[in-house]
Design a protein around this ligand. Structure first.
Ligand code: COA
Length: 167
């Protein structure tokens, strides 16, 4: 995808485990990014129960986070989010790739996620990894003036494509 930011070099991105000390900045980004954000309590529970919770950094700068649960052979990507000024530079792709690699290393065979059909950016990202639609959860999400369906996407980790690269 061509963006005005393509001429900027991709910064070095690192992931580290999220701790409760990260929650204020995680929640602040969540509030900026979603009309119906997760509460701090949800993030706290994810950390406490031992979900794969990662903070994305460039140097010491916080740029995003990812949350994934694993079990019974399945990884569930629960939340991925990158700070708006840093979007469109391959960081979300790096985050998702590393979460999927962690899932594969943990012995998971499939990855699942839900996405709003209106979230075209996220859907394009997921499809580029080979995620395919496998179902719909009716009225799954809150939406302005009602509810919105969720599209359920699945990826067989055995056929995980190499990280797509830019031309
Ligand atoms: C979805 C999100 C994590 C993607 O992160 P990102 O760092 O901007 O993504 P990348 O730069 O790695 O781009 C990866 C792919 O996403 C898609 N994409 C990125 N920006 C896009 C845009 N503005 N329009 C359409 N597709 C876009 C493209 O397929 C892109 O691949 P390409 O550059 O090779 O064409 C980010 O937009 C975000 O945090 N959004 C808000 C939170 C959210 O919606 N999370 C997903 C919930 S299911």
């Amino acid at each position: 995808m061509a963006t005005a930011r393509d001429d900027l070099p991709l910064p070095r991105v690192t992931l580290r485990p999220m701790t409760e000390a990260d929650l204020p900045q995680v929640v602040a980004l969540e509030l900026e990014s979603y009309a119906f954000p997760w509460s701090e309590g949800i993030f706290r529970d994810c950390v406490r129960v031992g979900y794969v919770c990662r903070v994305v950094e460039i140097g010491f700068d916080f740029v995003g986070y990812g949350i994934m649960s694993t079990g019974a052979g399945e990884a569930h990507i629960l939340n991925v989010c990158i700070r708006e000024p840093m979007r469109g530079r391959g960081i979300g792709r790096t985050l998702l790739r590393q979460l999927l690699d962690l899932a594969t290393d943990a012995g998971m065979t499939d990855a699942f996620l839900e996405v709003r059909p209106s979230n075209v950016t996220a859907i394009r990202l997921y499809q580029s990894f080979g995620f395919v639609p496998v179902g719909v959860r009716r009225g799954y999400y809150q939406a302005v003036g009602g509810r919105e369906d969720a599209t359920v996407l699945r990826l067989s980790l055995g056929v995980l494509r190499p990280t797509p690269t830019r031309p």
